[in-house]
Ligand binder design. Structure first.
Ligand SMILES: NC(=O)c1ccc[n+]([C@@H]2O[C@H](COP(=O)([O-])OP(=O)(O)OC[C@H]3O[C@@H](n4cnc5c(N)ncnc54)[C@H](O)[C@@H]3O)[C@@H](O)[C@H]2O)c1
Length: 342
């Protein structure tokens, strides 16, 4: 397929879908054939922006078109499974927005279906495509931080207050995907506490701790009820510490040469001596590029060049398993919940 353009259809032209439409409409190796939504008014807006697209309110019409090689699902989360399943069954490579589904069993079924049909399945874990997060990943993988100990993330702001999902399901998929991508370890359990202040049974703020099989740990603070807008990841390692601050315009990443060493002092009394190191703070130059454009380009390239997808269905399933365990813990007053096998 690598000399031709990929025929793409985007399903869902709402708040996020329109960003995906813009990126697929302008991507070099892509022919955006269809935009599909139940809302005719949204379709008319997209047709005005991109007159070359066809629009439809009928998913089946889109799936029947042999010029559509790949389908991008940007609808409400509860509809993801049904639409993605139909898309894979129709033989289309499929991209699903985050979180992949609202139930881990459904994510697993999509992974199996994609495998059975030899089709690519990708999840929109946007921040895995952010060049700043990429720098953190490379630093960890090359051993520059030593042994990664723990990660914590903050994703807080005033709004957007959702009615159909809590702050955990709405905001944490980004953090969970970054954490799993950076640490590359298998999550074991989640303990999450939160409170519902604005709407009944919908948590506005959540503090969650994920424990990994190899002893690593991660903490997530997410809220839509906060005076600050913070989008920050901190990685603490045995040799160096890293931060990624997405609210910084240019200097998003900092590498701190800070660490603690424990040595035995045999000259005095065999006691352990703890020494602190305060070294330089480096602000590396991070390559540019809009993460969403890089993400859409990755989906297109992986299909046309038959390459492995970074945020594949298995990645999507892992995130949904953590979300599910966190949700159970939230309803059990923060009791740690082991991830269930699906
Ligand atoms: N990656 C990110 O940073 C990011 C940001 C926001 C939202 N999202 C994700 O994007 C997805 C959509 O969120 P949103 O905020 O755009 O929601 P939205 O409600 O604004 O848009 C969803 C659209 O899907 C359409 N739709 C629903 N069912 C349909 C069907 N069967 N056929 C065709 N169209 C259908 C609706 O009419 C609506 O226009 C969600 O999965 C959300 O989590 C991702």
């Amino acid at each position: 397929m690598n000399n031709c353009k990929l025929g793409v259809a985007v399903i869902g032209a709402g708040y996020w879908g329109k960003n995906l439409i813009r990126n697929f409409a302008t991507a070099k190796r892509c022919n955006l054939k269809y935009v599909c939504d139940l809302d005719e008014k949204l379709l008319a807006v997209q047709k005005k922006c991109f007159p070359f697209i066809e629009t439809s309110t009928n998913l089946q019409e889109v799936l029947n078109d042999s010029q559509v090689d790949a389908v991008v699902v940007a609808t409400d989360v509860p509809t993801h499974f049904n639409i993605a399943q139909k898309s894979l069954e129709a033989g289309k490579h499929t991209y699903v927005e985050k979180p992949m589904t609202s139930i881990a069993q459904e994510s697993k079924a999509l992974v199996e279906l994609a495998k059975e049909k030899s089709l690519k399945l990708m999840v929109g874990h946007l921040l895995e495509y952010h060049p700043g997060v990429g720098f953190l990943k490379e630093s960890i993988d090359k051993g520059k931080v030593g042994q990664p100990y723990y990660v914590y993330t903050q994703r807080v702001n005033l709004g957007i207050v959702r009615k159909d999902e809590n702050a955990w399901w709405s905001l944490a998929p980004h953090d969970i995907s970054i954490i799993c991508y950076l640490l590359g370890s298998e999550p074991e359990s989640v303990a999450a506490q939160g409170q519902c202040y604005l709407q009944k049974d919908i948590e506005d703020v959540v503090f969650a701790t994920i424990k990994f099989a190899d002893g690593k740990m991660a903490n997530i603070h997410c809220s839509w009820l906060d005076p600050h807008k913070i989008r920050k990841v901190t990685v603490v390692g045995s040799e160096k510490m890293l931060t990624f601050d997405d609210m910084e315009a240019t200097e998003k990443v900092r590498m701190y040469d800070k660490a603690v060493a424990i040595k035995q002092d045999i000259t005095t009394s065999y006691v352990e001596v703890i020494s602190l190191r305060f070294g330089d703070i480096v602000i590396p130059k991070i390559p540019g590029g809009e993460p969403l454009s890089l993400e859409c380009g990755h989906f297109i390239d992986c299909i046309l060049d038959n390459k492995a997808i970074r945020s594949d269905g298995i990645d999507g399933l892992r995130v949904v398993r953590i979300l599910e365990a966190g949700q159970k813990s939230l309803k059990n007053n923060g009791k740690p919940v082991k991830l269930e096998d699906v």
